[in-house]
Write a protein that binds this ligand. Sequence first.
Ligand SMILES: Cc1cc2nc3c(=O)[nH]c(=O)nc-3n(C[C@H](O)[C@H](O)[C@H](O)COP(=O)(O)O)c2cc1C
Length: 220
Amino acid sequence: MAKLLYITANPKNTVKLSKGMQIGEVFLEEFQKIQPDVEIERWHLYDMDIPEIDMDLLYARAKLSFMGYTKDQLTEAERTKLEKMHALADRFIDADYYVFVTPLWNLGAPAILKSFMDNVFIAEKTFTNTESGPKGLLTNRKAIHIQTRGGIYSNGPMSEYEMGDRYLSKALEFLGFDQLETIVAEGMDHFPKQAPEIMAKAKEQAAEAAKEMAKTPVTL
Ligand SMILES: Cc1cc2nc3c(=O)[nH]c(=O)nc-3n(C[C@H](O)[C@H](O)[C@H](O)COP(=O)(O)O)c2cc1C
């Protein structure tokens, strides 16, 4: 069965508190109308125990990559953490469609998103290094990023300062994703009177993007 991974990086724990998650629900609803058999798996990153790259993981990497150790020779902590990281990456790889929902926080995505992506960047699993540079292995995958922003970054003086969507889009591109789209709902904090209109437009775009994603099934 094909799977859609719905990844939210926002501590808000109910949809009604989060504008981004409200837009995300519209996407899911529309997607399910067309692809009712696709399994939707929700990953609320703040509810998950996301491994952080710490000293154990750094040692594990170095021992296996350059120091000639086998997995059995790692310490218990190193092995446990490494296995957890690989298990998370395997579950990530196992999906066909991906939806990320994040707010812009201090010019970037919430740090938990970066911690999460650190688990997914694994050489020879999700990318490989070739003579002509790194090559992503997660090809033929579609991703949508729904991003909310308090201010305006799509044009004007702040356009160079947005690094949340820029990071995620480039990271996914690096990993081989070939279809990426971002839906942005921006300016709602700075222009609250326009918020309903901005939300309505973003929901419309989300519904369209869902239809588009759903009608072209991936073939792995
Ligand atoms: C900690 C924090 C940092 C933020 N930093 C920015 C920022 O750098 N730029 C911006 O435009 N909005 C910023 N915002 C505003 C949010 O992006 C905005 O309120 C967004 O609509 C929240 O989406 P949500 O309702 O899905 O949580 C920040 C909000 C928080 C809580």
